[in-house]
Design a protein around this ligand. Sequence first.
Ligand SMILES: [Zn+2]
Length: 299
Amino acid sequence: MPELPEVETVCRQLEPEIEGRRIEGLEVLDERWTRPVPAAEVERALAGRTIEGLGRRGKYLLLTLEGGRTLVMHLRMTGNLVLVEGEDRLDPSQGMRLYEGERSTSERHLRARFALDDGRQLWFTDPRRFGEAFLLEDGDLGARFAKLGVEPLSAEFTPEALGEAAAGRTAPLKSFLLDQAHVAGVGNIYADEALFRARLHPLSPAGSMKPEHHLALRDAVVEALEAGLEHGGASIDDYRDGRGEKGEMQDEFLVHTREGEPCPSCGGPIARIVVSGRSTYFCPSCQVRLRRRPRRRKR
Ligand SMILES: [Zn+2]
């Protein structure tokens, strides 16, 4: 499932390519993509609009349009947003490397396509069809994302902010990090990688962290996400970047999916447990389980 580094990789690749381009037309091939809004309504709203930018909030992609509206897209489990050459020039051997050139596979999973005025197309493909899109007036963006937590790559993500979000919480650190209301954009991969880097056991109650742990975890989250960005995101399953290519972060994981393999720090075996229904990988020797009872929330 794409997390912050994967979504941000797509943004950074595609924004310079599509900024200023006019959407000649949007074709939604799967009504579920825009549900409950009728696809035709979204198609009409986007046709003829110029793209002002492609941004990100948490794991959401924000396609900003001229005229004060934004198409918000979420990739969910298996969605991909990929720029391809125009239909008439579509050639898997000539730069169109969707799913290693398997055009038929991508076409089968195509849920929406934007025709751009330079002849290229933006495809939203999604085998499992959990991805979604909805249109917002720019004035409503703040309210829509009010419940999303701090952006971990922003200056607001301080050890103090992390401590405040965690204060009084009995939830395990792994669940705390997965909750988008605290830190936006972190999912299963980068939560495991960050907790290993911070040397904190995933089952430690979030509220049991001391200030030195807040600092360690803040730094660890940032480092884990930046490693993901540096390697173009992780392609464990379906994720492909904005050019249809796999990321390489899956080869760089310190602990995630590494059950039984030696810990990069102590050499002991990496363990796997299930937390919040998600496979969680960690080093039982290196990662300290905090047990102190959480103090009461101040607010
Ligand atoms: Zn270890």
